[in-house]
Design a protein around this ligand. Sequence first.
Ligand SMILES: *Cc1c(COP(=O)(O)O)cnc(C)c1O
Length: 325
Amino acid sequence: MKPNYPNRIPLAYLPTPIDKMDRLSRHLGGPELYIKRDDQTGLATGGNKARKLEFLLADALAQGCDHLVTAGAAQSNHCRQTAAAAARCGLGCSLVLSGKAPRQKTGNVLLDLLLGAHLYWTGGKSRADTMKDVLSELHTMGRKPYPIPVGGSNVIGATGYVLAMAELLEQLEAQRLHIDFIVVASSSGGTQAGMVLGKKIYGHRANILGISIDRPADELQTHVAALATATATHLGLGTLSVSDLIDVNDDYVGEGYAVVGEAEREAVQMTAQFEGILLDPVYTGRAMAGLIDLIRWGAFTRQQKVLFWHTGGAAALPAFANQLL
Ligand SMILES: *Cc1c(COP(=O)(O)O)cnc(C)c1O
């Protein structure tokens, strides 16, 4: 099985390092913990969207587009990295953000504006409708906009994480490291879909556990399966089924998207204070809270090796100061 990768624009610092989290492992009395530092991809502080944008930007430029349009939550990391990618490639950027313009421009909103993006707040409207309006406005102005779905999670974006699995495998082989589990935050599904497909293609032995951020497990699982299958076709691999490899846990969605609870607070502080690593309150803090809970429940043996895939997000921290301290 040899994927036929389309062109990509190098935007990320790759490969990202793998660190061992000795102090956190010892504190939890749990498995050997490792962390894949995709918070260090660069592109306006880093995060998982950098890998997706490498392929998305190549497609946008190949189509002769001159403006990126995407959407997300107010503190979307995907929107911030899209704005950075647009700036890097000399394209315009319009972002559709949920809700009303906040009085205080902080976290990713501050960075979006510094990166030169135009912000459109949905107010009472849906993101999809607002996106349609922005796209037709740009067309009227004679621009050639390139729409990117929420989270960059289509077959083009997910391809970034198929390639990331090839990168990981090469690193693990070089380090003679045998990982049993990979734990990753999963929301729009592109990251997990790419990783699962990469596991299938490259014959990775690690089980991939997606911690759902905001969706019921069956819904996310179905979505990830469909996206992974479509990505396989996109890469010229025909029809591949990966549904048996998709493991989603929705025990940690708490009060919903971006609602910071005690579990996220503990995970963010514990990772910061035992490892000097910053997580974010929405995605990686929630996924780490899930991993901590699974360790406390005895889901892993002491000898097993668990790799936490850090997908970024710390740029949002200032916006959640009141909920984190
Ligand atoms: C977008 C994002 C995720 C989730 O990735 P998906 O591909 O949308 O599932 C995880 N962590 C961070 C920090 C993100 O910004």
